[in-house]
Design a protein around this ligand. Structure first.
Ligand SMILES: [Zn+2]
Ligand SMILES: [Zn+2]
Length: 182
């Protein structure tokens, strides 16, 4: 994944805003990780970096609309991304590669120190935040019927003759019943 290192050493004490409007920041890792995601309304993001004694406070927002595969039928599901984030990237402590946890006292893996001073991997930060903003189980519609587990047909658009329900035949009479979920 490509990295975009933004220098933090010349940020004034009152902080600085960074803006990102290149959708490839997100589209590139989708391609790299083989994700069939699509940009519907191009993503953009901005964040504000406030230098702290032992790190940087970062507060930002990301917005756009993407299409991701539906968790049930794999057809595109539109997801509106409009998320705010705030985090602290620490310049001290230890970098723990074993766990993904970024405890407050762990050194950020999005920061690196050069001869000039600290730099932040903006692409890495925005990719992390995008992953957090996408629902774990996106749906093309709330009542998506999914794929038939037997023949794989998309049950939203087609019907099949497969036996799906097993179990007590005495309950068969109930299967035609419509249960309202509202
Ligand atoms: Zn679906
Ligand atoms: Zn079927």
């Amino acid at each position: 994944m490509s990295q975009i290192w933004v220098p933090l050493h010349d940020i004034p004490a009152e902080g600085r805003e960074f803006s990102f409007s290149d959708p490839d920041l997100w589209a590139e890792p989708w391609h790299e990780f083989g994700l069939s995601y699509e940009m519907i309304e191009p993503l953009s993001a901005s964040f504000f970096v406030l230098p702290q004694k032992e790190g940087f406070l970062i507060a930002g927002r990301m917005a756009g609309t993407v299409a991701v595969p539906c968790d049930r039928c794999a057809e595109p599901a539109q997801v509106v991304i409009d998320s705010e984030f705030q985090e602290f990237e620490s310049t001290s402590g230890t970098l723990d590669d074993e766990t993904e946890d970024q405890a407050e006292d762990e050194k950020s893996d999005l920061l690196r120190e050069t001869g000039q001073g600290w730099e932040l991997d903006a692409a890495g930060l925005l990719w992390e935040q995008f992953q957090l903003a996408v629902p774990v189980k996106p749906l093309c519609r709330t009542d998506c019927k999914g794929l038939c587990p037997v023949c794989g047909v998309n049950m939203n658009t087609a019907a099949c003759e497969c036996e799906r329900e097993e179990g007590d035949p005495r309950l068969a009479a109930l299967r035609g019943l419509k249960i309202s979920s509202s």
